[in-house]
Ligand binder design. Structure first.
Ligand code: G3P
Ligand code: MG
Length: 248
């Protein structure tokens, strides 16, 4: 099957133009021309899948301390004001609030499994189980991609459901990655853009694995990454989509 994803992916929904991992961010990303979005998902203490990057609430919400608390409490928090007044009272979304947005807009969603501490396997499993219900088993098209830095999380996803594509996230290259993508039947890699050399990209392609990179924002860097053969770039730069659609 040919590579199914768009060349550009909006990081955390709307890059640097909206409060990360909120529905408002996805809406902004779509407005800017993005058709694929990355987000970070974790489990609440009562096992609801919600969007948040950090293990703690402090940086991006009105809460404090650990993010491993009950959904009822998470649901009261303001995840927009830290970014700007315009987004005041923007809530933390459940993953189930984002999926309809993706499907209605014929878009793609890269769910990065970002487990709370010691919840790797379980979070991976729950993400795959949750998304499975929205996938047509008779269609080659899957709007979802699961990725993680955590091999345990990817193993959980793999054990729950093999039909949702998986990708291994790597900040630094390690030779054991070949074995990991093979054992977990990952479709590709999501690499730190700084390590995505032409040579490494070619090696990944040789074993039929795609290469996405994160998080490249500079126009020249992005052009060089595509020159190196990278398949998609995850970016915070919301101007890139219109730039690339104008080139095509
Ligand atoms: O999924 C790509 C990228 O989001 C990984 O890094 O820290 O932004 O979640 P981070
Ligand atoms: Mg992420």
């Amino acid at each position: 099957m040919s590579y199914p994803y768009p060349k550009l992916i909006a990081h955390r929904g709307g890059g640097n133009q909206a409060p990360e991992n909120t529905l408002a961010a996805f809406q902004l990303g779509l407005q800017k021309g993005y058709k694929m979005f990355e987000c970070d998902a974790k489990l609440s203490a009562d096992e609801q899948l919600f969007l948040l990057h950090d293990d703690t609430l402090d940086r991006t919400t009105s809460g404090q301390g650990s993010a491993k608390i009950e959904w009822q409490t998470l649901n009261q928090l303001d995840a927009g004001s830290w970014f700007s007044n315009e987004f005041q009272q923007e809530p933390i979304p459940l993953l189930e609030k984002i999926v309809p947005f993706i499907l209605e807009n014929n878009a793609f969603l890269n769910v990065e499994i970002k487990p709370n501490p010691n919840q790797d396997y379980k979070t991976g499993m729950q993400c795959a189980k949750f998304l499975q219900q929205f996938v047509d088993p008779n269609s080659e098209h899957c709007p979802f991609l699961l990725s993680s830095f955590s091999e345990d999380a990817l193993k959980g996803a793999y054990d729950a459901d093999t039909t949702i594509p998986r990708a291994l996230l790597l900040e630094e290259w390690r030779e054991s990655a070949w074995e990991t993508v093979s054992a977990l039947e990952c479709s590709g890699f999501v690499l730190n853009y700084k390590i995505a050399s032409k040579e490494l990209v070619e090696k990944c392609h040789r074993i039929q694995r795609f290469v996405m990179v994160y998080t490249a924002n500079d126009e020249q860097d992005v052009a060089a990454l595509f020159e190196n053969g990278v398949d998609s770039v995850i970016t915070d730069n919301m101007k890139l989509a219109s730039l690339y659609s104008a080139k095509e």
